[in-house]
Structure formats: structure tokens, C-alpha cells
Design a protein around this ligand. Sequence first.
Ligand code: UFG
Length: 337
Amino acid sequence: MSVLLTGGAGYIGSHTCIEILNAGMDVVVVDNYANSSPIAMKRVEEIVGHEVKHYAVDCCDEAALRKVFEENKIDSVVHFAGYKAVGESVRKPLMYYKNNLDSTFTLLSLMKEFGVTDFIFSSSATVYGLSEAVPYKEDLPTGCINPYGWTKFMNEQILRDYAFANPEMSVVLLRYFNPIGAHESGLIGDDPEGIPNNLMPYVCQVASGKLEKLHVFGNDYPTPDGTGVRDYLHVVDLAQGHVAAIKYAKDHKGTEAINLGTGIGYSVLDLVHAFEEANDLTLPYVIDPRRPGDGATSYADSTKAKELLGWTAKKTLVDMCRDAWNWQKKNPRGYEE
Ligand code: UFG
């Protein structure tokens, strides 16, 4: 069993690569390194103790990607590759629509050519928009509030339509909540470019002294302490969810959207305090106004993942905080050498 991972050198891709290999399957990685580092692949190889086949290929480059299909017998595709910065997507919508949709078209056409039927898509809880109907269940009406989110939404629809027209297809749309943390070795982790947008990498850079203090975006939300509530899950748990989805797709046809979250919501201040406790340090923070586009509360109904995939998240918020800090401490400049 061999799995093609597009964007396999990225944050979620690299962790998933390890878990798939741990599960006894083979992996072929393609990544154009637009938002990732070849060093991540070296670290993955260090962790698993052997070479991992990888190609510096852009998923929109059909000729280059065809070569990958020609050279490897692929059984299943996990499609992580894509642009993912919400703010940038608002400024450069066409770049997002072009890249994030084209890669899916290219993959589907090559999968057809080579008789590959299993497609696991890296979707996001962002498809629930700002719905207040928490916990989010998969059958909730969906809608988005920025171009990045719409690319996830549109990809889901394209894949559904395609699987309907091609009944041999098996499509699993994995809707991630808020992945944080890192592999326990501290060799791979989240390495955002520039000043981080997401909470955990920002927290880590405050803890390391690289940034002065955390800006908490709003404390007037209708939540227990007024700060935004999210469903944070450990990236290794998330990676294992992909292994379960690959196995599921092997035995099922059609399309399923499945949430990957813990089902528990923590506030920004819960996370700050857990980080302080887990790592025995103090995090300076100030309260700032709300960030435009943020909702109050988002967490998963994770029943479907348990029923269909037999998957539940196992790691705690403390595990997430400890592992994120371990990665940050060991790699203060990320993958930069
Ligand atoms: N936050 C701060 N300060 C920061 C950064 C974030 O207070 O410096 C707060 C946010 O307001 C929010 C929470 O921390 O309440 C989490 O924010 P993140 O940016 O880490 O995550 P989001 O929930 O905003 O976004 C994530 C992914 C998106 C995805 C979205 C919905 O980053 O890609 O979940 O699934 F679209």
C-alpha cells in the first residue's frame, strides 16, 4: 500500500508522513517547498530511520506530477498541498483560487489516468463559517468568509461531484479544527514564515523572547472568560486520523465529510495558562480588540470520526503545549539552519 502525500513536507503533512510509515504503509511525498522546507523531509527520515521518497514537484504541474505516478505505484492520495494564509487570501484571491483548485483538478485527472480511486482531502472547520451552532456537526449548512475558506469549500464540492460521477471513487473530506503541538522528538513542527498569525506559534515566540507579548484578540466574546474558544488538537493525533481515513477509504465508496477535532473547546486564556503550567514559565499578554473575521466559539462534534474511522484524539492540551515548546526551544529559527 503506497500513499502519495502532496504537501508532505508541510506542518501537517510531515507529521502524517511519519504516522503512515509507522502504520506499515509506504509513502511518496511531493512538495514544491513554497511554504515548507526540504529540511523537514530530512528530519522525517531521521525520525523513521530510513529514506523517504520525495519529489520537488508542484501539484499544478501535470507533466512533472505524471512522472511521479509513472515511477510509483500509488494506491491512495492525501492532498495537503495548498496556500493557507487567510489574510493573504483576501489580498490575493485569484492566486488562492488558481493554486488550490488547479492542484485538485490535476490530481484527479492523473488519478483517473492511473486508476487511483482513494482521495483524502485536507479540508477545514473554516467551511462552517461563523455558525454559532456548536458543536459543529458535519451536516451543518456550510459557508465561508474568506477566499482561503472558499477554496476548501469549493474543493469539497468539486470532489463530491466528481465522486458522484465516478462511482469507483472514495473521497474523505477531513475537516480539521485547530492543529497545534509537534512531534515529541522536537525535530519537526510548525514553522510559519514571518510573524505568526496563529495562536500557538505566536505564544511560542513570546515564550522564547522573540516577540514581546501576546496580543489576545478580544475578551468580550460570549464565552466563559470572554476570549475566543477553539478546538485545539495535537498534530500527531490529527496525523493518526489520516491513517484511519486511508484505511476507511480502501473499503468504502462515495464521499464522507468528517470532523477531526477533540470535541473540547478551550479559550485563548485557557491555552495561555496551560502553556505556562506545562512549561513552567510566564507569558506576558495584553488584551487587544477582536480580530476581524474571528468567531467566538468553534469546536467539533467528533462522533462521526469515532463511528466511521474508529478515531479519537488522545493527547491533552498540556501535551500540545509541552510539545510545541519543545519544538520551539530546539529550533528557535524553525528549519533555518
Ligand atoms: N488569537 C489571539 N492572538 C493571536 C492569534 C490568535 O488572541 O495572536 C486568538 C484568535 O482570536 C482565536 C484563537 O486565538 O480566538 C485561535 O486563533 P488561530 O489564528 O490560531 O486559529 P483560527 O481559529 O483563527 O484559525 C484556524 C486556522 C485557519 C482555519 C480556522 C477555522 O488557522 O486556517 O482555524 O478552521 F481556517
